[in-house]
Design a protein around this ligand. Structure first.
Ligand code: ZN
Length: 330
């Protein structure tokens, strides 16, 4: 085989007030399905009922989300339907739908209600199994529809988490380079470039832009391109480095002190860059960017760890996953 065959989304639509226009957006993208099942949370459905009901669904399935145990119930309700699954909700809803769609080999699209992490477009579903978060490899969605008016209703903290998770690609890429220099770990330059380019446009904005269509457009498409970089790479190496290991260590070993994924990742990223990487902030000044966006305050408010506890987390982080990062050199 001379080429990598990768699946790219058949539809990506962003804009304000497009939740009521799903049928038409699929139609103009030449995506025709006899039946469509909407899978969402009851609360979200009640909030966006008017817009959602402007589309035709053969069934609406309500889920809690986040837990693998729920999958059998969802699959039972969808198994007779030969059509498209539409996931509308936060990461926990998208992840359970991804998992079910993959198991049933059905196409699905994601309509995120928040942009809190790169789960919006990825080949990994993070779900609880026996009380612990686990990663499951899945097929990515055939597309994404993002209504900025819905995202603007989500907590500001979640948008910040999405920004920090995406920006952390820069840290992951530095770890990949380090692994190349120290261990000759090969680098897929195509994946590397996609991951990098998904982040760069965010650096021209400030805190005032957070809810603007322009910024949300960059964030959405950045998360999609970041997801594509993982698909091209075939692993999460391209978007997940030392900062993710620290965050996973907190979730796994100190769950009572854990917080939102993207914010924990951002906390670790900023410390690693400022304290441990030689020339860490040379190209993109992460500390300055976090201040400019107001991310520093949000992280301080939500992440209940002090900088001087960082080194205590390192031995746990190294154990989480066998991946060479700067933590191995501390
Ligand atoms: Zn992440």
């Amino acid at each position: 085989m001379y080429y990598n065959f990768i699946r790219t989304p058949a539809i990506v639509k962003t804009g304000a007030g497009i939740l009521g226009d799903i049928d038409n957006l699929l139609h103009v993208s030449h995506l025709y399905f006899s039946d469509k099942v909407l899978i969402t949370q009851e609360f979200l459905y009640s909030v966006y009922k008017d817009s959602l009901e402007r589309n035709v669904f053969c069934k609406v399935v309500f889920v809690k989300g986040g837990c693998v145990d729920e999958a059998s119930v969802i699959m039972e309700q969808c198994k007779e339907i030969d059509g498209l699954l539409i996931a509308f909700g936060g990461g926990s809803v998208l992840d359970i739908v991804k998992y079910c769609a993959d198991k049933m080999d059905k196409p699905y699209i994601n309509i995120p209600s928040a942009l809190s992490n790169d789960a919006v477009y990825s080949c990994v579903a993070r779900l609880n199994q026996n009380g612990k978060k686990k990663s499951f490899g899945v097929q990515p969605p055939i597309g994404l529809i993002v209504d900025f008016d819905v995202i603007r209703q989500s907590p500001k903290t979640l948008i910040y988490a999405g920004v920090a998770d995406l920006v952390s690609n820069l840290s992951a890429l530095q770890d990949w380079k380090l692994a190349y220099h120290v261990n000759h770990e090969p680098i897929n330059e195509m994946a590397f470039m996609l991951s990098r380019q998904s982040v760069v446009p965010l650096f021209k904005y400030t805190e005032q832009d957070l809810f603007s269509d322009e910024f949300l457009f960059e964030l959405t498409n950045g998360l999609i391109v970041s997801g594509l970089s993982m698909i091209v790479c075939g692993t999460t190496r391209v978007t997940s480095g030392a900062e993710h290991l620290i965050s996973h260590a907190i979730d796994e070993y100190f769950p009572e002190r854990s917080s939102i994924h993207g914010l924990q990742v951002g906390w670790a990223h900023e410390i690693i860059n400022r304290k441990y990487r030689e020339h860490g902030n040379a190209e993109y000044d992460i500390s300055e960017y976090f201040k400019r966006m107001g991310l520093d305050k949000v992280i301080e408010e939500h992440v209940k760890w002090h900088e001087n506890e960082f080194e205590q987390l390192v031995p746990y982080a190294i154990r989480v996953r066998k991946r060479f990062t700067i933590l191995n050199l501390l």
